[in-house]
Design a protein around this ligand. Structure first.
Ligand code: ATP
Ligand code: MG
Length: 451
């Protein structure tokens, strides 16, 4: 308490200039570009006697002429004061308490200005810091200036006042945005030690915004990357999914590896990217996901994980088959082993396992194009995901393009055409049986599973 008072008095003598305040003519962000719900929230806060700004990613994206993903609001009102102003509001979080306000289907996140002292934190019940500088809980409220200083990158510390249509820039974020530079606020190494996830965020934003990481911001990452091991698995997973489902996964994955950040989160990247055959497939998968996201289509974590682990699973499957396990049993064992092994590095929720396994186990069934089997496959609830996966395999050189084209034709054809498309059942089966008799161990890996 006394320490804090002394600090505050000392800070009065600190001749720091205030924010750079830019009028509309300098930034061009009109009020009309802010979501109605966010405008409503800032208006209510102001009418309640508080400060209210749009902050973070939304201001940055608008400045770069991109559509913001969501609108966050920053205020000097405490979470309790915010909650009292809105009928539909909820305080959430413990490590970081914020308020969610709901208008219709929209949610606006309201954060109280927080103090963060880059010179080192004082321990009390509202802020808990571990010995090595990691912030465990951060609920010390402060001024807007404090709030700007505890944010990660200069372009993320911009505040927009919808009433005056002004941008308040505390750390040169507007100039950095124009130069397309991602720059950490404060001493980068200290800021990464406080929260190692900021390293992943650096890679993600550089990829998403197509920014260059400032050399001083980039330099400590190579050495500090192992600190990610201290982050709870669930938070790492969320952060990875943000990167992979951002619409910029292709660039993001390369940025991750370039910074040496993938070891703890996507360890399979080395094996995939160093092998030309696998690289083609991964690029097809990432490219496809990016296109989907950019066109507003769904892109699921399970599909992404199925792609990232596909080769691991196949290698494992082959190993088990060669050890003499029947194909189907080998497949299921390989799927389980692959998922468990990956979970030790990037702990993803078990609820995705079912879909990942379905996508994988449908793949051999696409090879069976005679009799009733193609019809059964078409009516499988996961047919679409399996088919999309097959298309990516074909594009990445992991399955014959002819096979993918056949299914594209078959699924859209009328009954008569479908019947004509079917391959002769007996011939294919007989050929396979003959081949098996001669070379029992060499049947193609994917044609072995029975539908
Ligand atoms: P996105 O477009 O991905 O949502 P964003 O910048 O809005 O980008 P969020 O994760 O939504 O990112 O966080 C909102 C803001 O909170 C950021 O702009 C940044 O100012 C601050 N912030 C978030 N996470 C951190 C962190 N780990 N350390 C410091 N500041 C952070
Ligand atoms: Mg955001």
């Amino acid at each position: 308490m006394i320490k804090r008072l002394i600090r505050r008095v000392l800070r009065l003598g600190d001749k720091r200039s205030g924010p750079l305040i830019l009028p509309l003519a300098d930034h061009g962000i009109t009020r009309a570009r802010i979501a109605p719900c966010a405008l409503k929230v800032t208006r209510s806060l102001r009418e309640g006697g508080f400060m209210a700004f749009i902050v973070g990613g939304a201001v940055r994206d608008l400045l770069l002429d991109r559509a913001p993903k969501d609108f966050d609001v920053a205020t000097d009102a405490t979470p309790e004061q915010v909650k009292a102003l809105f009928r539909r509001a909820r305080i959430i979080g413990r490590r970081f308490r914020i308020v969610h306000v709901y208008c219709g289907a929209e949610t606006i996140e309201i954060t109280t200005f927080r103090a963060g002292n880059p010179q080192g934190y004082e321990e009390d019940e509202d802020r808990v810091t571990a010995e090595d500088g990691l912030i465990l809980r951060d609920n010390v409220f402060g001024s807007q200036e404090d709030d700007a200083a505890r944010r990660d990158f200069t372009v993320n510390a911009l505040y927009y006042d919808p009433e005056k249509q002004e941008v308040w820039d505390w750390h040169g974020g507007v100039a950095d945005a124009r130069k397309r530079i991602l720059r950490m606020i404060g001493d980068p190494a200290t800021r990464y030690k406080e929260d190692p996830v900021r390293m992943l965020r650096a890679a993600r934003f550089a990829a998403k915004l197509d920014f260059h990481i400032d050399p001083a911001t980039r330099a400590p990452i190579a050495q500090l990357a192992p600190l990610l091991a201290r982050i709870p698995a669930a938070r790492l997973f969320d952060e990875m999914m943000k990167l992979l489902l951002s619409g910029h996964a292709e660039r993001g994955v390369h940025q991750l590896r370039a910074e040496g950040l993938h070891h703890g989160v996507l360890p399979m990247l080395d094996a995939i990217l160093d092998d030309p055959a696998r690289r083609g497939f991964l690029h097809a998968a990432l490219h496809d996901t990016d296109e989907r996201v950019r066109h507003g289509q769904s892109a699921s974590p399970a599909f992404m994980l199925a792609g990232l682990l596909w080769f691991d699973m196949q290698t494992q499957w082959q190993r088990l088959r060669e050890a003499g396990e029947p194909p189907l049993a080998a497949l299921h064992a390989a799927m389980d082993e692959t998922l468990e092994r990956q979970r030790q590095a990037l702990a993803f929720p078990r609820r995705f396992d079912g879909m990942i396994k379905e996508i994988w186990s449908l793949q051999p069934r696409f090879e069976q194009r005679s009799g009733a089997r193609p019809y059964r496959l078409l009516s499988h609830p996961r047919y679409r995901a399996g088919y999309d996966f097959l298309l990516i395999r074909a594009r990445g050189g992991d399955a014959p393009q002819e096979l993918a084209d056949w299914w594209t034709g078959f699924q859209d054809a009328d009954e008569h055409t479908r019947a004509e498309m079917l391959l002769p059942a007996t011939g294919e089966g007989a050929r396979k049986r003959r081949r098996r008799k001669r070379r029992p161990r060499q049947a193609g890996m994917l044609e072995a599973q029975a539908g």
